[in-house]
Design a protein around this ligand. Sequence first.
Ligand SMILES: Cc1cc2nc3c(=O)[nH]c(=O)nc-3n(C[C@H](O)[C@H](O)[C@H](O)COP(=O)(O)O)c2cc1C
Length: 326
Amino acid sequence: MSADELSMEQIDLLLKAAVAAPSMHNTQPWRFEIDRHAINIYLDGSRALPAEDPTGRAMRIAAGAATFNLRCAAAAMGCGSWFGLMPDRYDPDLVARVVVEPINEPDRVLKQLAQEIPRRHTSREPVRPVHLAAEVRALLSKAAMTEQAELTWLPAPKVKEVLDLLVDTDLREIGDWHRRAERAHWVGGERSTDGVPSSVLGPRSAAYPSPVRDMGTSPTDQTRSRAVFEADPVLAVLSTNADTRADQVAAGLALQRMLLTATREGLKASFLNQPLEYDDLRRAVQRSTGKPGHAHMVIRFGHSTVTATTPRRPVSAFVPAHQESS
Ligand SMILES: Cc1cc2nc3c(=O)[nH]c(=O)nc-3n(C[C@H](O)[C@H](O)[C@H](O)COP(=O)(O)O)c2cc1C
């Protein structure tokens, strides 16, 4: 890196890390512009989910997660990163601006977490019954808090309440062709660049409601094999105090710091976000935490040895042609 410009190699490393972030239906709804030693992260409206994410909240969470990965990759290359969320109120698609500069002592935790980026994957497999030690729970809560969000661990009766909300969600989806068509567009089959391939859907649950979201829509996916999932899932809700666009991006940073920390602790995570796609059920999820705030993710944790990976578009697809790095 010269004094004030990122090299092509650095841009490539930074963006490869960023795009490994999770996104709803693996839409990868971000694009990047490089400005000397700063990277601007934008939402890509062409990859929106108008039926399931009409306000763009899930997109902003994904872009926040990509921003966090980018900061980790900067630390791993010996740089510091300074960032602003939603830095231009006249440009709502500009989610974050990250300035990357060489530094004597890069953030040690971000540098460590960078190693977990390629190892983190959403796991929709049954997990071994797990007793999460209080220290691990505290570690994950602290990770969320560091990024201005809160992780609430649900006690068994509240887990049951949230699982009941999944039934409500399923009932509402019956006959909602717009949502089903959108999901069918992004989920299932073989996929080489985006979307959720059938290979990562995991088995169908033998019991209902399931602690894993069954995203399959095609006849083949709906008849895949069944398995018994854990009866007492470990669930936590990630929330923020307010629900501005910047809060939603912050929730993404918190999500990713927490997921990479969980990966480092040998945990796998999956998401039960379907009730959060309806305003009233989202409020009910937040009520289950017993705290004020706005729920962004319902996260299930566990141990599993199965690793299922989703594809990503090449980095060149995310930057303007004149800034292409690979
Ligand atoms: C905001 C958001 C919502 C998501 N909702 C769900 C969900 O409800 N169920 C699910 O199984 N996965 C959900 N995911 C996970 C994505 O499907 C997953 O991140 C994507 O397919 C990429 O796969 P990876 O996480 O293994 O890299 C969500 C991810 C994000 C960021």
